[in-house]
Design a protein around this ligand. Structure first.
Ligand code: NDP
Length: 487
């Protein structure tokens, strides 16, 4: 099908609206901090608004944790540590299983709130974020009483109080990635969700409360970067687990230098998605779409740099443009939606600024016709064609639905180009030749490499980066290591 035919398809077929209902969800007008097993008002009495990015309307007031609140949360976690660490792995596992099951029971509610607060399509929150979050709790619940098998012939101890700071792109999932291994290994936690997406973490606090987890084992404090910094700098925090921008990751590493604190940093990326001429082209095109437009491109491991072998470049790019014509951008709660709202006004400005930078650098742009809603934060899916390695849009993380496309002729050339980035988080390889896949996985500097697929996640599989994408691994057996010390 060519682009004109796809445009006709789009104009002659309209999808009936299929909005997910919101009448089954409960959102309070105001949320407090979750400290020492109780929902607690912030000491300074300050609150901020959480906004629905698809219409910029306020959803709820959220407590802003100050230094004193963070101190209370850390002290509660410290007090709870002895009892929690002394509990048998089997008992700890029971609580974690319970949390997993409660997430499953309330999965629809979580999915709707995730899409309302963060802007991602309901199809993604319903089918990916929430099930995977439950999956992480189930998986690590299973490890809690098997640590002797995870670390054979070694005696492990929990680290202590873990300070966990998470971003806005996968709010509940990132909370699960961080909490589940920490709890399984006997640590207690102070967790801070991102300012723009606190709601599912606060719903998780309700579930944790209902699960009967001993008080103080998990504390959830909301606030902006300043609250995160208080956690990082608190002297009684023993480990920092951070996911977010490389800039804040560097700040954290500086802040804890010379202290006893352990740290894992999962930072930005500029993933290379490589299409060879012998790839199954239609599947690869679908893979390109998923690699860059999943979650509006707010994905640290997004395939935001596309490398297409020159001999198939024309056909791949034409098919990609055709496919983009059919993408539906709009209401995150509509089950037809492929691309939802950009998470915040600030992030939309960042993306729009990068699009301007690309245009000023003289790069060819392509955006399909799409009716963007009038209210809210929206960005059309965007291609930059014929870019070069030196363009800023090729080197810097945009964190939006913007793809930079280059071509290559030989394997050595594409390896050199793909590795020419300060980041090293993810890559994708599309080919029917297995030996080519093995060759590239040895040569690409990326923590995660997908073959003939992209953006697939699993609780059993480690995830993390090299270079400016950070260090440490989350998920799988590797994810336990950063929450234990050895005797
Ligand atoms: P940040 O790195 O600022 O946010 C991540 C988390 O860190 C949030 O909870 C944030 O709080 C918190 N935080 C911010 N400043 C500090 C600090 N000084 N000390 C401790 N914690 C802090 O990301 P942004 O939201 O500013 O996004 C900027 C860019 O970062 C994006 O455009 C994208 O390129 C990248 N990014 C990468 C992510 C990834 O998964 N690798 C995730 C998110 C962003 P709060 O949000 O409340 O301010």
């Amino acid at each position: 099908m060519n682009t004109n035919k796809n445009k006709m398809f789009k104009s002659s077929w309209t999808y009936h609206e299929a909005p997910e209902s919101t009448d089954h969800i409960q959102i309070k007008e105001q949320y407090e901090l979750y400290i020492n097993g109780a929902f607690t008002k912030p000491v300074e009495g300050k609150y901020f608004d959480t906004i629905n990015p698809s219409n910029n309307q306020k959803i709820a007031s959220i407590a802003e944790a100050s230094k004193k609140d963070v101190d209370k949360a850390v002290k509660a976690a410290k007090k709870a540590f002895k009892g929690w660490a002394a509990l048998s792995g089997k008992e700890r596992g029971k609580y974690i299983f319970r949390i997993a099951r409660l997430i499953q029971e309330r999965a629809r509610e979580f999915a709707v709130i995730e899409s309302l607060d963060g802007g991602k399509p309901i199809r993604e929150s319903r089918d990916i974020d929430i099930p995977l979050a439950a999956n992480h709790f189930f998986y690590y619940a299973g490890w809690a009483d098997k640590l002797a098998y995870a670390f054979p012939n070694r005696k492990v101890k929990p680290v202590g109080v873990a300070g966990q700071i998470i971003p806005w792109n996968f709010p509940l999932l990132m909370a699960a990635w961080k909490l589940a291994p920490a709890l399984a290994t006997g640590n207690t936690v102070v967790l801070k969700p991102a300012e723009t997406t606190p709601l599912t973490a606060l719903k998780l606090a309700e579930i944790i409360h209902d699960s009967g987890l001993p008080k103080g084992v998990v504390n959830i404090v909301t606030g902006a970067g300043a609250t995160g910094a208080e956690i990082v700098n608190h002297p009684e925090v023993d480990k920092i687990a951070f996911t977010g921008s490389t800039g804040v990751g560097k700040y954290i590493q500086n802040a804890i230098a010379g202290t006893h604190k352990k740290v894992t940093l999962e930072l930005g990326g500029k993933g290379a998605n490589i299409i060879f001429e012998d790839a199954a082209i239609d599947q690869a095109v679908e893979g390109i779409i998923n690699a860059i437009f999943f979650n509006q491109g707010h994905v640290c491991c997004a395939g935001s740099r596309l490398f297409v072998q020159e001999s198939v470049a024309n056909v791949v790019i034409q098919k990609l443009k055709d496919r983009m014509e059919t993408l539906i951008v709009g209401d995150p709660l509509d089950k037809n939606t492929d691309i939802g709202a950009i998470n915040s006004k600030k992030q939309l400005q960042t993306i729009e600024n990068y699009i301007k930078i690309g245009l000023n650098e003289g790069v060819e742009i392509y955006q399909p016709d799409c009716n963007l809603p009038k209210k809210g934060n929206w960005c059309a899916p965007t291609l930059f064609l014929n870019v070069s390695q030196s363009h800023r849009i090729v080197q810097e993380e945009i964190f939006g639905p913007v793809l930079a496309i280059q071509t290559f002729r030989t394997i050595d050339e594409v390896i050199e180009k793909a590795n020419n980035t300060p980041y090293g988080l993810s890559a994708g390889v599309w080919t029917q030749t297995g030996s080519k896949i093995f060759h590239l996985t040895q040569k690409l500097n990326a923590g995660v490499i997908w073959a003939n697929t992209f953006n697939k996640f699993d609780a059993t599989s480690p995830f993390g980066g090299y270079k400016e994408s950070g260090f440490g691994r989350e998920g799988g057996l590797h994810g336990l290591s950063s929450y234990v010390t050895f005797d």
